[in-house]
Design a protein around this ligand. Sequence first.
Ligand code: FES
Ligand code: FES
Length: 158
Amino acid sequence: MKKVTVTLQVNGAPRTVTVDANARLLDTLREDLRLTGTKEGCGVGECGACSVLLNGELVNSCLVLTAQCDGARVETIEGLSPDGELHPLQAAFIDNNAVQCGFCSPGMLMAAKSVLDRHPEPSEEQIREGMSGVLCRCTGYKQIVDAVKDAARREGNK
Ligand code: FES
Ligand code: FES
């Protein structure tokens, strides 16, 4: 397999990797960069567990080739709390019981960050639309929507 060398800005730091030309961004993050917070569920773009921000856009990292990402900015769940302090979204997910098994949570949190980046005071419809690509088998979604509203309030009260 042909190899490609790609430099990415991952959570604000430049990272250079040499990977197979057909490597998925998901595998590069998890296996080459050891950022295992991003999860693989379906592997075919249907569950959203692998969601990350690529140049500020929410993407399924299982559907993106690393070779396409040279020079790109990637934000993963690890970037939400670089100093170990919980991001307001993470604190709100815990306080609103929006996490059960936790498998969807990294993708949910990145989708929620994408919503709040675009809509600092989101409507319920904007939250539900923005997070509709991430599936949760446990919570029933209400607590997740409540958590995003709560995080928006916390951010607004800073
Ligand atoms: S693992 Fe990427 S969408 Fe399911
Ligand atoms: S908390 Fe289990 S899948 Fe969402």
